[in-house]
Design a protein around this ligand. Structure first.
Ligand code: UDP
Ligand code: MG
Length: 314
């Protein structure tokens, strides 16, 4: 089999409007880079035939293009994992298929890899045209994560990076089901370097990350890499018990040493309700961790492949 230098892994979910433009730009850049490459599109949505049709057309005209069709929408992180598992290149580049990760940056990634870096990650300088909410919520999230988690995953790091064969092989050994890839990669260590780029506005189609998906993604990152929420529970519990204890002492004092009636100083019902709420919230946090353990112990495969289009099989 021919030796492949670079595999480019691209998860694709309902990108029929932009995928051909993306492919054309990518091929232009890769051909001028003088490397032997393959492009692996991971189609993350069994039911969307329009995008698949486009991908097949691209594949039939270009034997360097591989399509991995998953059986349903497994989500961006898992689609990336499927592509990385399949990739054969000496280095693997992962990127989005909507041109927000500029293909022009790939030669810089390759250059740094050739200099001896195992992981070349990218830092987004600014996302043009991104909503105020998305920009600032992401910033806040990564700031908070770098404070409370065990690892530093950097601010504004997307899943646009190059990894050497050696690191990809190690990455494949990480079998956790709820994946937060930028956290995993950061956890792995290795000799890394970051390069910056300016993310462009999405020119066609719209973001596939609904608010629900963003929240679940952030929660995944938080719970997979931090025990802070659990510790917070103990801390709040400690504070609440200490305050109640002081109050108890005060009430006892009035009862034993004064003639005054025990003052009904605090509206008891409100306090009980507040405490009920706090308890439920805490149970919820514990529940999230237990749900994670449950998912991991079920030992299901991370994804299921329905079909593969590869020059070797055709
Ligand atoms: N994507 C995917 N599965 C999903 C959601 C997104 O494979 O469930 C792909 C999508 O096609 C794109 C990349 O992941 O190539 C990033 O998605 P998007 O551009 O919608 O995210 P944003 O840039 O808005 O964060
Ligand atoms: Mg995008």
């Amino acid at each position: 089999m021919k030796r492949i230098d670079i595999s480019i892994v691209v998860p694709v979910y309902r990108e029929e409007e932009i995928i051909s433009d993306f492919y054309n730009e990518l091929v232009k850049v890769m051909e001028s880079s003088g490397t032997v490459f393959e492009i692996i599109f991971v189609h993350d949505d069994r039911s969307n035939s329009e995008t698949m049709q486009k991908l097949k057309e691209i594949h039939y005209n270009d034997t360097r293009v591989v399509i991995i069709g998953l059986t349903r929408n497994f989500g961006h992180q898992i689609a990336l994992t499927a592509g990385m598992d399949y990739a054969r290149g000496e280095a693997v580049v992962t990127m989005d298929g909507d041109l927000q990760h500029p293909p022009e940056l790939i030669p810089t990634l390759i250059e740094n890899w050739k200099k001896g870096y195992d992981i070349v990650y990218t830092i987004r300088e600014d996302v043009l045209g991104e909503s105020f909410f998305k920009k600032y919520s992401a910033k806040l999230f990564y700031r908070m994560m770098s404070r409370i988690s065990d690892i530093d995953m950097g601010i504004n790091c997307a899943d646009f990076r190059l990894m050497s064969r050696k690191t990809v092989e190690e990455f494949k050994r990480l079998k956790e089901k709820s994946r937060f890839i930028r956290g995993l990669v950061s956890w792995m260590g290795y000799n890394k370097i970051g390069v910056t780029y300016i993310a462009k506005e999405r020119s066609k189609g719209e973001t596939k990350f609904s608010l629900r998906k963003i929240i679940s993604f952030a929660l995944n990152g938080l719970l997979s890499f931090s025990n802070f929420p659990i510790r917070l529970i103990s801390f709040i519990g400690l504070i609440v018990s200490s305050v109640s204890f002081l109050y108890l002492i005060r009430v006892t004092y009035f009862f034993l040493f004064t003639e005054e009636k025990i003052p009904n100083m605090l509206p008891i019902t409100t306090i009980i309700l507040i405490l009920c709420g706090v308890q439920m919230l805490m149970l919820g946090i514990i529940g999230e961790y237990i749900a994670k353990i449950f998912t991991e112990t079920k030992n299901r495969p991370i994804y299921i492949i329905d079909e593969i289009y590869d020059k070797v099989d055709d």
